[in-house]
Design a protein around this ligand. Structure first.
Ligand code: ADP
Length: 476
């Protein structure tokens, strides 16, 4: 299969050739019609003159002679000379017998002369008979009766068709030369314009080289401009960039998940080994088993979180939507926060609680609010404060948790909703027990409810997390 470029150029050349052919045929037909009309006119003029000369001839211009015992009429030398001055083929008949023939007729063979005479009666108003003589094609233009009392004379005139052939040849020659030049020029132009199409070929090679999975860092060179091919290159590059990001994210996620699962498993194994060793008994055994239990619970939490995110990614998570009174939910969560805060030496207070209802999943919303509150408590030192509030703003219920904790650096803020992301990876797990999935899940829950989470924070001063969820239609 030829390339698109070759096919476009070929189709272009073909279309142009056909067009030129049609134009040439039309011009030829028109020129022929004009030339034939000219010939007809010429023939008429000649026959008018010949007829007048014959009509005006006197008896002294004529002579009679006998041929095969038949008396025939002819013109005398003076008249013959005068008639011979007329061009083309001229024949004068007397009662159907040839009385005079011009030199060009005399030069024809007998059969050609007979042909001319036989075709003469076929002349009609619209069509003239055409005869093929040894000297070339001729058009029989006239069969005219000469008006003279007592005589039955006719003048037959035929003209050579050479001018028609010349006209046709001229048009064909002129069109072949100019048409050829136009065609050649157009082919070169089409080939040149479609040169860009070849780039698609190169792009195909580049993309297949890149898409093996290991070369996603490479990009297709995009040369020249903002035409369709340029835009295709830019679009493909953007797609490869997105693929690269999601591949990298996937790899990181798998590595992080395996790492996070490996650590508790190692601890669990050590605890079990400790509990099983011979000298261990009594309290020592209990301590080891308790630690193992804690690790198991932590691991179960982690697996649960991973499962939630995996299902969310797949879009397989059905939210059980129902009207949820978020002020009641916030109050409930604040009570839990109170207990947690007390044991962490913090003051947890509810600063405002505006009644609001949203269409949502009660369990997930509770998980989201609790995540934010436990984070606030986790990352705030003893003696600090955590303020919880619920307000309605612009058709949304806004739940905020404000703490006076360690805060988050501006540079870290863009990443805190990423999976497995922690400000201090080394310490967080051991000291505060988080794996960095809480905020990722919280964000998913907020977005699944058509809402969002925002955060403002200052290092050492504390952070404020705000969740905004659209109010139920009736409330809004
Ligand atoms: P984790 O389980 O580690 O708490 P999260 O996804 O909930 O994971 O939080 C991600 C990171 O964001 C935390 O490790 C912590 O560094 C930071 N962070 C979250 N909430 C707060 C907060 N209220 N104050 C300070 N840092 C916070």
């Amino acid at each position: 299969m030829a390339s698109i470029r070759a096919r476009i150029t070929l189709s272009f050349a073909l279309a142009l050739t056909v067009t030129l052919g049609i134009v040439t045929a039309a011009v030829v037909a028109q020129r022929r019609a004009v030339a034939i009309a000219d010939l007809r006119e010429r023939g008429r003029v000649i026959s008018t003159i010949a007829a007048r000369m014959v009509a005006n001839s006197s008896t002294s211009d004529e002579q009679t002679y006998t041929l095969d015992f038949t008396t025939m009429k002819g013109f005398g030398p003076r008249m013959v000379q005068t008639l011979a001055a007329l061009p083309e083929y001229v024949i004068v008949l007397d009662s159907g017998r040839v009385m005079y023939r011009s030199p060009s007729v005399a030069a024809l063979s007998d059969s050609d002369q007979t042909q001319l005479l036989r075709s003469a009666p076929q002349i009609t108003e619209t069509g003239l008979p055409r005869v093929q003589l040894a000297t070339g094609a001729a058009l029989v233009t006239d069969l005219r009766n000469v008006e003279r009392v007592g005589q039955s004379r006719q003048v037959v005139v035929a003209v050579a068709m050479d001018p028609v052939q010349v006209a046709t040849r001229e048009v064909v020659e002129a069109m072949s030369i100019t048409g050829g030049i136009i065609l050649l020029f157009s082919i070169v132009l089409a080939w040149w314009i479609t040169a860009r199409i070849e780039e698609i070929d190169r792009m195909i090679d580049d993309v297949s080289a890149i898409s093996d999975g290991r070369s996603l860092h490479r990009r297709i060179p995009v040369e020249g401009g903002d035409d369709e091919i340029g835009r295709l290159g830019v679009t493909l590059n953007a797609m490869i960039a997105r693929l690269e990001t999601s591949f990298a994210g996937l790899r990181r996620f798998t590595a992080d998940a395996s790492h996070e699962l490996k650590t508790p498993l190692t601890v669990l194994r050590a605890d079990i080994e400790r509990a099983m060793t011979a000298p261990a008994r009594g309290t020592e055994q209990l301590v080891a088993l308790e630690e193992a239990l804690q690790e198991t619970a932590r691991m179960a939490d982690l697996v649960e979180s991973l499962l939630t995110l995996a299902r969310a990614d797949e879009g397989r998570f059905d939210l059980h939507r129902e009207p949820v009174s978020v002020d009641a939910l916030a109050r409930d969560v604040a009570e839990t926060a109170h207990i947690l805060g007390e044991s962490a030496g913090l003051t947890v207070s509810v600063t405002s609680l505006t009644p609001a209802t949203v269409m949502g999943d009660r369990v997930r919303l509770r998980q989201l609010f609790l995540n934010l509150i436990t984070n606030a408590i986790k990352y705030t030192a003893r003696g600090g404060r955590v303020d919880v509030s619920l307000e309605t703003r612009d058709g949304h219920a806004v739940f905020s948790v404000k703490d006076t904790g360690i805060g988050i650096a501006g540079a870290d803020l863009p990443f805190i909703f990423d999976r497995f992301w922690r400000v201090d990876r080394a310490r967080s797990r051991s000291e505060r027990g988080g794996v960095g999935l809480g905020l990722a899940i919280s964000q998913w829950i907020a977005q699944a409810h058509g809402g969002s989470i925002t955060v403002t924070s200052r290092m050492g001063r504390g952070s404020t997390f705000s969740v905004s969820i659209p109010l139920a239609p009736t409330e809004a």
